[in-house]
Design a protein around this ligand. Structure first.
Ligand code: ADP
Ligand code: MG
Length: 254
């Protein structure tokens, strides 16, 4: 059985002349939550964006090394972007629901990735299952035709997670998914992420040390484009192997 969902080997990335990642070797275990921490600008979002190939939209990004998702090199010629996006879903800092109904938001990805026409009852089932998974069904089941943008930020972010699920991704990438939310929303979305572990491999970027500690099994600390340490979260916070990690965790980087 494949143990690693994401594996990078000697990953180097440049934005034009600026090198943002240096020899990044990562093994992200399947089915657990891994958090990615480090000071602003250290390359966390760059890594996430490389794993679902968003970076390539920018003409001036150059990548060397390899990134495998479930054993397959996603930058190999012949690998289609839609295939990658099917395996790897992404959630952003600010919830970005489409200006459509709640129902159509949930169905959007699925419609994009399948050619078969859905019957009404099949569509309803997809919507119900996905909203159940993100703990929104009971609250929203009678207002599925409302615009998604009318929801609270917390609900919008949960909906943005929900709309990834019908496509059945293996990996969920989350880039500071709670940073636009108030403490109550943060707690609710964290709880949801926790619920999803096991079913998905989750790689989550967070600025919040308490969140990393509470929510993830493993933790990666980065500094200036390099991975400094990758450990079990409990160990990293109690006995960090590097002084840089200790300094960051204890808040000495500002
Ligand atoms: N689109 C871009 N063009 C040029 N430089 C970028 C771009 N995105 C990020 N960078 C630079 O790459 C480095 C890493 O950025 P990023 O991955 O966004 O860091 P983090 O998410 O850890 O805050 C930073 O120095 C940033 O300025
Ligand atoms: Mg970032």
């Amino acid at each position: 059985m494949l143990e690693h969902a994401i594996r990078t080997e000697q990953l180097n990335l440049w934005y034009g002349d600026f090198q943002a990642l240096f020899d990044v070797d990562l093994d992200i275990k399947k089915g657990i939550i891994t958090s990615l921490i480090g000071p602003s600008g250290c390359g966390k979002s760059t890594i996430l964006r490389s794993v679902n190939r968003i970076n390539e939209r920018l003409g001036y990004v150059r990548i060397e090394g390899s990134i495998k998702v479930m054993g397959e090199d996603i930058y190999e010629g012949g690998v289609e972007l839609v295939q990658v996006r099917k395996q790897v879903g992404m959630v952003f800092q600010r919830p970005n629901p489409l200006p459509l109904s709640i129902r159509d938001n949930v169905l959007f990805g699925h419609r994009l990735h399948t050619t078969e026409r859905l019957t009404k009852s099949a569509a309803e089932e997809i919507v119900e299952t996905a909203l159940q998974q993100v703990l929104l069904w009971d609250k929203l089941k009678d207002q599925l035709d409302d615009r998604a943008t009318s929801l609270s930020l917390e609900e919008q972010q949960k909906l943005c997670i929900a709309r990834l699920l019908p496509v059945k991704p293996t990996v969920l990438l989350m880039d500071e998914p709670c940073s636009a939310l108030d403490p109550k929303g943060t707690e609710a979305v964290e709880e949801l992420i926790w619920e999803l572990q096991g079913q998905y491999t989750i790689l989550i970027v967070t600025h919040n040390m308490a969140q990393a500690r509470r929510a993830s099994e493993e933790c990666i600390f980065m500094l200036l484009g390099k991975v400094i340490e990758h450990s079990r979260t409990g160990e990293m916070f109690v006995t960090p192997k590097h002084t840089e990690t200790a300094d960051y965790i204890e808040g000495r980087y500002g």
